[in-house]
Design a protein around this ligand. Structure first.
Ligand code: ADP
Ligand code: TPP
Ligand code: MG
Ligand code: MG
Ligand code: MG
Length: 324
């Protein structure tokens, strides 16, 4: 097997067999063709990872870059209540990159993709000055079940899965070059998208949902704006991991609200459905926490309540157009 040229490389990453081989034309023609199951709609998204922005040689190995690029996209599918099915990969690689490392990127994607029985069905390869990896995912969701950001209404409860801020803490550990804190590093390098929770949520009537890529302050504002409501969250209820707080307690709140890249799901659900959702999550061993409520029809404002005081939150969180 040679990967010394573009075409050798493509044949070396081409899957030997496809999970959904009966429904697709994958790698090897001008474009892929995917059949869609009756009663479902396609859910599609693309997210890109750029050297120096999403990773650097100190923070992520090639395997992690692949893993996380696919995880970020699966997370967007999960936030729509969807099931991920296929992915396409556009990669721009510096000529000096060792072949071994290039294949490791694909190993990272395959490790996660296989967990969800996802097929790699196409992509594009170019050379470039720095590594840029775009992953495009196609999934499906039952017609009428999609979980839109515009679904929140006053009286709903606000919930979030897992814990918040671990990825930002892990990034700090990696940038500082500390040893240990492996769980925080793992949360940064190999985040777990919450597909199962997204699927559980599709069983409920009216759920607004977003995944945490930029930070919950920003994601909640997107829900509040799309739904024309105001939201209050309680500082004391934010789920923080013990290791994140132990690592740097003074940064914990900032990382939880605006660190980003947790790839947890944050959303709203009717108060009457909350106990059933809690039960379903308990049965599936998924951590879920109520962190606030939708208070009123409004302008899309989000408030943080701390010891009785409500403070208006700014659209903090990761913003690609902000200067450092
Ligand atoms: N350059 C672009 N061209 C067209 N649509 C875009 C572009 N960038 C982002 N979008 C769309 O804007 C919305 C928000 O994007 P983004 O903040 O990246 O979402 P997410 O945080 O869910 O990945 C999405 O619907 C996305 O498809
Ligand atoms: C070296 C390095 N510096 C900073 C970060 C933090 N960071 C980079 S992008 C980002 C936000 C999420 O990425 P984005 O492309 O905005 O994802 P999307 O919202 O489109 O899903 C964060 C928190 C990082 N991961 N690595
Ligand atoms: Mg995006
Ligand atoms: Mg995203
Ligand atoms: Mg973003």
């Amino acid at each position: 097997m040679s990967v010394s040229d573009e075409f050798g490389f493509i044949s070396s990453i081409q899957p030997q067999a496809l999970f959904h081989g009966d429904k697709v034309v994958g790698i090897g023609d001008d474009a892929a063709i995917v059949g869609m199951d009756e009663g479902f709609e396609s859910v599609v998204c693309v997210d890109t990872m750029v050297e120096g922005v999403h990773f650097n040689p100190d923070t992520m190995k090639p395997y992690d870059i692949g893993y996380k690029a696919l995880a970020a996209n699966i997370s967007d599918i999960a936030a729509m209540g969807g099931i991920p099915l296929y992915y396409l990969v556009s990669i721009s690689i510096p000529k000096a990159w060792p072949e071994e490392e290039l294949l490791d990127i694909y190993k990272g994607m395959k490790a996660l993709g296989d967990q969800y029985r996802m097929d790699l069905i196409g992509g594009d390869t170019t050379s470039g000055k720095s590594l840029v990896l775009s992953v495009f995912v196609i999934g499906k969701v039952e017609k009428g079940k999609r979980l839109l950001r515009s679904n929140a209404t006053p009286g709903d409860l606000v919930f979030v899965s897992g814990t918040l801020g671990d990825s930002a803490a892990g990034l700090d550990v990696l940038l500082q070059g500390h040893s240990g804190w492996d769980e925080l590093k793992r949360k940064h390098q190999n985040p777990a998208p919450q597909v199962e929770l997204g699927r559980i949520l599709t069983a409920f009537d009216r759920v607004a949902l977003n995944d945490v890529s930029d930070g919950i302050a920003s994601e909640l504002m997107e829900i509040a704006e799309a739904s024309h409501v105001d939201i209050v969250i309680n500082k004391d209820t934010l789920p923080l991991s013990t290791s994140m707080v132990q690592y740097k307690e003074e940064k914990a709140l900032k990382w939880a609200l605006a660190g980003g890249e947790d790839f947890e799901l944050v959303g709203t659900i009717s108060a009457k459905d909350w106990s059933l959702l809690q039960k379903r999550c308990q049965d599936a061993d998924i951590q879920i926490t109520q962190i606030g409520e939708v208070t009123a029809i409004g302008k899309g404002q989000v408030f943080l309540k701390d010891e009785g005081q409500s403070v208006l939150m700014k659209k903090e969180g990761y913003n690609h157009f902000l200067k450092e």
